[in-house]
Design a protein around this ligand. Structure first.
Ligand SMILES: [Zn+2]
Length: 163
């Protein structure tokens, strides 16, 4: 009878690419198998999502709050320059763009309404004014949203698992 102890399965989820699980194939004969495990790091410390989201929002490393999170406009460095936290392992992908667009679309309706009521522009001018404001605000917002998003991923330890 083969059986794998629960403690061995827990041990197998530790940060290494392969883990050895001892199992008993025959009574008294111990064999072991190697099983691939996810290359995720176990979280030893508690990560506060509120703090890390706020730090990300302020373009600071979610771990130490001192290093810069984004270089240039949206580039994420492989690791923090101060605490060496592996920031590059938390892929934001198109998540920040989705949230930035959603927030902007909610602002767009009152923006068009107020512009129309206050200035009474021609439809073409309304399109130009709201178009320019929307574009500029989205690009500004995207940077903050990306920072906060990576802060949240870091807090929940949502690493790139190569899926
Ligand atoms: Zn840091």
């Amino acid at each position: 009878m083969e059986h794998i102890r629960f403690a061995d399965v827990v041990r197998a989820s530790y940060p290494c690419s392969f883990s050895t699980i001892p199992l008993v194939a025959k009574p008294g004969v111990r064999q072991s198998i190697r099983i691939p495990t996810a290359r995720t790091l176990t979280m030893t410390e508690k990560r506060d999502s509120k703090t890390s989201v706020l730090r990300g929002l302020m373009n600071k490393c979610p771990n130490c709050g001192e290093g810069r999170l984004l270089r240039g406009y949206l580039a994420v460095p492989a690791q923090c320059e101060v605490c060496h936290a592996p920031l590059g392992r938390y892929p934001a992908a198109d998540g920040p763009a989705f949230f930035a667009m959603t927030i902007m679309l909610l602002l767009l309706i009152p923006l068009i309404g107020f512009t129309w009521v206050l200035f009474r522009p021609s439809p073409g001018m309304l399109l130009v004014i709201t178009g320019v404001i929307t574009t500029v605000l989205t690009l500004i917002l995207l940077r903050f949203v990306k920072g906060a998003f990576i802060g949240y991923l870091w807090a929940k330890n949502e690493q790139d698992r190569g899926a």
